[in-house]
Design a protein around this ligand. Structure first.
Ligand code: NAP
Ligand code: HSE
Length: 439
């Protein structure tokens, strides 16, 4: 070290040069002065793994840096830090375990991997004195993991409610505001680089579930697994659902909810109705936002781009800066703090929420009172109720209800009892309602 500056460059091995990888290269190249100022040494990209060397690329790199052989990168003795942006789980886990065993620090944007194999990778990193950071795995460009870890370190988090999937938020925004068809908007999201290679994970809520598992683990310091997250995607939402919810003053969003009451937690991802005036209802297109409630701080909200090349790469390169600072101080072997508590998940009788339902009923004397008695038998009252004729079906009527808070177990009994009623043609849809009174 000379004059407070490390002269040796930190050398990066990059796995993947797609949407995020290209952004990482651009930020390292274009922000070199700032990186140098922060960590006191230059950052160079030593080797880059791709599938197809001849593919035309956004990134401006010499061809000889590219390789199709992963161990050219992982085993390169000059590489200090591996940045993983290829995606995938099983094979990628093996690559990163090998990288950690070779004492390379790791930065990844891969929530699929961290949600499923995070504990194993974190243990290997610790064993080898390596850093392992994954800020970009949740909400792309929003530094939410560091916020939970550092900014809110002194508080106890009780609830996190987030729009954590850019693709579905983009689709719902366009469906609601521009009445665009689902398939067309999905294609647009893919072409803009938000959607995963297989968009099923986005639209069926699995991508958001992985992010919520990571958030819950960190926010509640509890060993929450992906299987603990209840998941429902957006593919079943109909125009009628959107129109009726609008009529009652709600906006439909795919919301991840992690809530802790005492020592018990619940985590879910589902299409949810928020009052139009709720701050999360104003989060549009590919933007993400995470609402965090702390016992001491109260309500906070973090908003920003949740996907895309440069926003995601910003988080990745910020993790790289954290690694480089640790290397400089000689304090590597770090990650986000390991959970303090064993898993303790709520049962359906402990999970309370308001519910929205659309029911098709026979338009005859007594239908309405039979319906309402199913709810009153369970002690559940209504906040809003609407009855309308159904065009083209003179014999049927549509009843739309928003209940007060009810437990999941009571609500599932109510649905069963409604379906058993002779006057009920069909329960068309149900959605959780959140944020009345913003909490
Ligand atoms: P992408 O555009 O599909 O890029 C993947 C890159 O990895 C490509 O360069 C591809 O090579 C390379 N690659 C994939 N499998 C490979 C293999 N087996 N061997 C060698 N190279 C391989 O993906 P992405 O959107 O950048 O996403 C990367 C990761 O970041 C994923 O884990 C994703 O979930 C996460 N992420 C993405 C976003 C986003 O907005 N896109 C946001 C947050 C997190 P070729 O270029 O030669 O095909
Ligand atoms: N497919 C993801 C999304 C990318 O749409 O949010 C960011 O993780």
């Amino acid at each position: 070290m000379k004059g407070g500056v490390f002269l040796k460059a930190i050398r990066v091995g990059l796995l993947g040069l797609g949407t995020v990888g290209s952004g990482v290269v651009r930020i390292i190249q274009e922000h070199q002065d700032k990186l140098m100022h922060q960590v006191g040494c230059p950052v160079t990209i030593k080797k880059v793994l791709v599938k197809d060397i001849d593919k035309k690329r956004e990134a401006d790199l010499p061809r000889e840096v590219l390789t199709t052989e992963v161990y050219d990168v992982i085993d390169d003795p000059d590489v200090d830090v591996i940045i993983e942006v290829i995606g995938g789980v099983e094979q990628t886990k093996e690559y990163l375990l090998d990288a950690l065993k070779s004492k390379k620090h790791v930065v990844t944007a891969n929530k699929d991997l961290m949600a499923v194999c995070g504990s194993e990778l974190l243990a290997e990193a610790k064993e080898n004195g390596c850093d392992l950071y994954f800020e970009a795995s949740v909400a792309g460009g929003i530094p939410i993991l560091r916020t939970l870890e550092d900014g809110l370190a002194s508080d106890r988090i009780t609830k996190m409610m987030g729009i954590v999937n850019g693709t579905t938020n983009f689709i719902l925004t366009k469906m609601i505001k521009e009445k665009s068809p689902y398939e067309e908007v999905l294609k647009e999201a893919q072409s803009l680089g938000f959607a995963e290679a297989d968009p099923t994970a986005d639209v069926e809520g699995l991508d958001a579930a992985r992010k919520m598992a990571i958030l819950a683990r960190l926010g509640f310091s509890m060993n929450v697994d992906l299987e603990d997250v209840k998941v429902k995607g957006i593919s079943q939402i109909t125009d009628e659902d959107i129109n009726f919810s609008k009529r009652l003053g709600y906006t439909m969003k795919l919301i991840g909810i992690a809530q802790r009451d005492g020592s018990k937690a619940e985590v879910s991802v589902q299409p949810t109705l928020l009052p139009d005036h709720h701050p999360l209802a104003a989060v549009h297109n590919e933007y993400n936002a995470v609402y965090v409630y702390g016992e001491a701080v109260g309500e906070t909200m973090f908003y920003g781009p949740g996907a895309g090349s440069m926003p995601t790469a910003t988080s990745v390169v910020s993790d790289l800066v954290a690694v480089m600072k640790n290397m400089r101080l000689g304090v590597t072997g770090n990650s986000f703090v390991a959970p303090q508590f064993e898993k303790n998940m709520k049962s359906p009788s402990d999970i309370y929420a308001q519910q929205f339902l659309r029911i098709h009923v026979k338009d005859q004397v007594g239908s309405f009172s039979k319906i309402t008695s199913v709810f009153s038998e369970r002690g559940v009252s209504f906040e809003k109720i609407l009855q309308l004729p159904i065009k083209g079906h003179d014999e049927l009527a549509e009843i739309v209800i928003v209940t007060h808070h009810t437990s999941e177990s009571d609500f599932s009994d109510i649905l069963q009892n409604l379906n058993d009623l002779e006057v009920v043609e069909e329960v068309k849809s149900t959605y959780r309602v959140e944020g009345n009174g913003w909490s």
